[in-house]
Design a protein around this ligand. Structure first.
Ligand SMILES: NCc1[nH]cc(CCC(=O)O)c1CC(=O)O
Length: 330
């Protein structure tokens, strides 16, 4: 609701039109139990997409990370606004960083990707499955019991029973809860999910260009976020993996002045990836980059970003350590 309000206000101001917020409950909101066992991708996205097809709404606002990596006929991701905080955040009792959590500390996450990387970094931790919205998860941390929204008070048994939780920094930032962050985890320790921290504004394809929304959508699209997430999602698509797979991927656009290639005025798009065994005992990594020539058109840049994601996937598949077979349908 917070994300959708932000996007609705931005689009309606840019297009000079009114808007109405349409609330759609998704399976991901309603079903309980581990997210990883909910039958794969789309638990947050499918109901919103049906709302577009049914004309119950004209614009759907997703967390890009929750959208299946393959395009859906008839719908277009017409805008990818600028990325929020991309890192995962540790929220701990006493504000301890990950390295200083006591041995055996109970750390909550519902994400196989976060669980596996936590175990890789700290095999001694007790990683606990948690669900619920951000406030409910924060309230599981000792000393942060008051973080739960009053409307969603969890039972006492599920409050203050953990030493820490790991949540997306972006979600905390968007909800004004960033002061609960004890440490933003470095991507060398915890690679975020492909698409993390980025919203996807989806419309029926025939509405993507032209009045009244076309130019407002174009203005809302951020080149950096578009390129980085195109590479990240191409990785997932090529691996046939969804957001519940223990796979991290982070694209980074390094502008000409920051990139170390020293050639031309182009920028460099870099993609770091990790595939983890679900138990967090092993991991496979691939790093790839591509130079984006200053003369490329927007379409050519996007095609190069998608090729980068596929190349990283091919590298992971070629190395064939046996790990991928456990986490995706290859
Ligand atoms: N899977 C749920 C989900 N989808 C997007 C976010 C966070 C916001 C974002 O990454 O944009 C979250 C919650 C979380 O991961 O803690």
């Amino acid at each position: 609701m917070t994300q959708s309000t932000t996007v609705a206000e931005m689009l309606s101001a840019a297009a000079g039109i009114d808007h109405e917020l349409v609330t759609i409950r998704t399976e991901g909101d309603v079903l309980t139990g581990p997210l990883a066992q909910m039958g794969g991708t789309g638990v947050f996205a499918s109901a919103l997409r049906q709302g577009l097809f049914d004309h119950r709404c004209d614009v759907a606002v997703h967390s890009l990370k929750d959208l299946p990596a393959k395009d859906l006929e008839g719908l277009t991701i017409a805008a990818v606004p600028a990325r929020e905080q991309v890192r995962d955040a540790l929220c701990s009792a006493g504000d301890l960083p990950l390295a200083e959590l006591p041995a055996g500390a109970k750390v909550g996450t519902g994400s196989p990707r976060r669980a596996a990387q936590l175990r890789l970094a700290r095999p001694d931790l007790d990683v606990v499955d948690v669900r619920g919205n951000v406030g409910t998860r924060l309230a599981r941390v000792r000393g942060r019991e008051d973080a739960a929204e009053t409307s969603t008070q969890a039972p006492d048994s599920a409050r203050g029973d953990l030493d820490a939780v790991v949540l997306a920094g972006a979600g905390l930032a968007r909800l004004g809860l960033a002061d609960h962050i004890s440490e933003l985890l470095d991507p060398s320790v915890m690679l975020p999910a492909p698409g993390q921290g980025v919203l996807a504004v989806e419309v029926r394809s025939e509405d993507a260009a032209g009045a009244p929304l076309g130019s407002a959508l174009t203005a809302a699209d951020d080149r950096r976020a578009r390129l980085e997430t195109t590479a990240e999602r191409a990785l997932l698509a090529r691996l046939n993996a969804g957001c519940s797979a223990p796979i991290g991927g982070l694209g980074r656009l390094l502008e000409a002045t920051e990139s170390e290639t020293g050639s031309g005025a182009g920028s460099v798009l870099r993609l770091d990836t990790v595939v983890c065994s679900p138990d967090g005992t092993s991991a496979q990594r691939a790093e790839q980059q591509v130079e984006l020539d200053a003369g490329l058109s927007a379409e050519e840049e996007i095609a190069a970003a998608a090729a980068l994601g596929r190349r990283a996937a091919e590298q992971l598949l070629a190395e064939d350590t046996g790990l991928l077979a456990h986490v995706v349908d290859t």
